[in-house]
Design a protein around this ligand. Structure first.
Ligand code: RIB
Ligand code: CA
Length: 310
């Protein structure tokens, strides 16, 4: 083992792919497993996308297929953001690769329980797999070293609705279970992605110039870039999962945070998936979350550049 042990749970699409490259190419990080969850695209497509990225960086990390739908509701994908294939619909050969198992939830449990106190879990998709893992093995709560979650919004608006971010909205019951499981997690929400992880065309061109991986990382953002151009005031594309991965790799890049009790609204209705940050405490509830409000963008960009360097 080289150093730190990461286990990553992902609904592999355009930003997840960049986050996977960052982790897999980080010298002091040993990614001991990847579990796939349905979200941006089907679990089958997300699996193929993760296997493609694994091959691209020359990794042999085990990839395990997990939940193919949210806990109690139908899957609603994000084709309009990531493309039908989840990777920008640029014609990549995203088929025919074989995952290591179809037991993604058990793989997450085994990775954490086999190495108590050592595994850092990074989730960059809906929390379906983690919720199931916590139900099957509550011992995760004490055995996992650290949990970094890309999800939620400590400061509104969200992205799917004004009140909710996609990962928490896609499976709000799972997010609610995780928030009330006793697990402590670090929340890298949509708000910090908007504030610190929008890649403008100048930086995108620089990343592309770094070589094959930079060209891939930017090329697959084609549908997202167009979506942002047509529907938002964002001058570029956003990379929420890579920002969460950067925080996982370099926790000290966080410049403003607080320990709070955080919950997630489940069920249907306008508040579906909404993040509730109890800024003034919640009676009888201990803080369960390192709420991240600001990061050092330059440290994020430096990690991104480093991962894309040929
Ligand atoms: O809201 C952003 C999150 O939803 C990211 O994880 C992105 O990949 C999508 O899953
Ligand atoms: Ca994701």
């Amino acid at each position: 083992m080289t150093g730190r042990r990461f286990f990553i749970d992902t609904d592999t699409a355009t930003d997840d792919a960049v986050a996977l490259i960052m982790a897999l190419r980080q010298p002091d990080i040993d990614v001991i497993g990847i579990s796939i969850v349905a979200g941006n695209c089907s679990v089958e497509q997300a699996t193929q996308n993760a296997l493609y990225v694994r091959e691209l960086v020359g990794s042999s990390v085990p990839v395990h297929v997990g939940a193919d739908a949210p806990l109690i509701r139908a899957l609603e994908t994000a084709d309009h953001i990531h493309g039908v294939d989840g990777m920008g619909d640029i014609g990549l050969p995203l088929h025919g690769r074989i995952p290591d198992s179809h037991r993604g939830v058990q793989a997450m449990i085994d990775a954490i329980m086999d190495h108590p106190g050592e595994v850092e879990l990074i989730t960059i998709g809906p929390l379906t797999n983690l919720a199931l893992a916590l139900k099957l093995e509550p011992g995760i709560v004490d055995a996992v070293k650290r949990v970094v979650v890309m999800g939620g919004a400590a400061v509104l608006p969200g992205n799917v609705t004004p009140l909710a971010e996609f990962n928490f909205w896609a499976d709000p019951e799972a997010a609610h279970i995780v928030a009330n499981s006793g697990l402590h997690f670090e929340m890298a929400g949509w708000d910090i992605s908007m504030a610190h992880a929008v890649i403008d065309d100048e930086l995108a061109a620089e990343l592309q110039s770094l070589g094959e991986l930079g060209g891939f990382a930017v090329g697959i953002q084609a549908v997202l870039r167009e979506f942002c151009r047509e529907n938002t005031d964002r001058d570029g594309f956003d990379l929420p999962d890579p920002l969460a991965m950067a925080i996982a790799i370099d926790p000290a890049m966080v410049t403003r945070e607080s320990e709070r009790f955080v919950d997630v609204i489940h069920g249907d209705g306008p508040a579906r998936g909404m993040t509730i940050v109890h800024e003034h405490g919640a009676p009888g509830r201990e803080p369960n979350c390192r709420v991240i409000y600001e990061v050092d963008r330059e440290r994020f960009v430096a990690l991104l550049r480093g991962a894309m360097q040929a």
